[in-house]
Ligand binder design. Sequence first.
Ligand SMILES: NC(=O)c1ccc[n+]([C@@H]2O[C@H](COP(=O)([O-])OP(=O)(O)OC[C@H]3O[C@@H](n4cnc5c(N)ncnc54)[C@H](OP(=O)(O)O)[C@@H]3O)[C@@H](O)[C@H]2O)c1
Length: 307
Amino acid sequence: MKAAIIKDYATDVVIGDVDTPKLNADSVLVEVHAASLNPIDNIVRAGYLKDMIPVSFPFVMGYDVSGIVTETGADVTKVKVGDAVHARPNQDDAGSLAEFARIKENELALKPESISHAEAASIPLAGLTAWQALVDKADLKAGQKVLIHAGSGGVGTLAIQIAKHIGAHVATTTSARNADLVRSLGADEVIDYKTERFENIVSDYDVVFDMMGDDIMARSFGVLKKGGILVSIKGQDTDNLAEKHGVRFEWFLMSPSGEQLSQLDALIDKGVVKPVIDSSYKLADISAAYDKLADGHAVGKIVVAVK
Ligand SMILES: NC(=O)c1ccc[n+]([C@@H]2O[C@H](COP(=O)([O-])OP(=O)(O)OC[C@H]3O[C@@H](n4cnc5c(N)ncnc54)[C@H](OP(=O)(O)O)[C@@H]3O)[C@@H](O)[C@H]2O)c1
């Protein structure tokens, strides 16, 4: 099958021929209609995670998939051939930028009927990350205040909408050109990170959701109230800043979950959460799509039409 592959670390993403994934009993094969890109793709590609996530070559790129089930494994009971599904599959099943992908039944959800495959491909990794940060890690509650960094990014656009659905007061950082967008997603306070320092504007917050790390993460501890929590998907608290500020700190790597994805999908079909698409590319233009991702200023998600 045709796929977007790398033949070694730190090389260009090219279109090549690879074997179709072998069906497992607990999995389905999906004809991929759309995929989306995530910063992790370029991190794995660069070889920065060689020890944590070793890959073999040719490595098929892409972690987010939306498509149609073409075959089901012997133990699969919840989906059938012809169903439209989407997922962020585990590392062994990574490789959504291909004509076919294998997905474990417990890692997929039926595609929300109200959105296209391209939109459905934009949701799993970023949406599960936002959900796991705000619901599982921060236990965000109605009436609490949350600062969400990079509210205009793939994770941030979904995190703002999930936090508003929970009933939280949301402040977010982005640049001025995205202020109207993040307000339209529900942000109550928009802070232009290029001209303002967020710690001069917000204080006594219950939760910070950080995806920038470094200095931004370090400065974020000071906006929390005592006992508050900073959840980061980027940085580690190597200087014990959480203890110094009397707050909690959690870093985590998102994990696949068909069940949580279904809960998020229900909000999508109700119109509570809307996908935000930065741009759409053809598979043949995959190299340009990854250049756009590397630029770090996508507004929402970069999607790729595979079929
Ligand atoms: N640990 C995990 O499981 C996990 C999971 C998902 C993502 N991540 C990480 O989380 C980060 C975000 O992922 P993503 O998919 O949301 O990335 P993304 O879509 O590429 O984020 C791009 C957005 O970031 C904004 N931005 C850039 N610099 C900023 C700053 N200094 N302050 C505020 N906003 C800024 C940009 O806004 P402007 O254009 O206005 O600058 C842009 O809209 C990445 O580093 C990714 O690797 C980790």
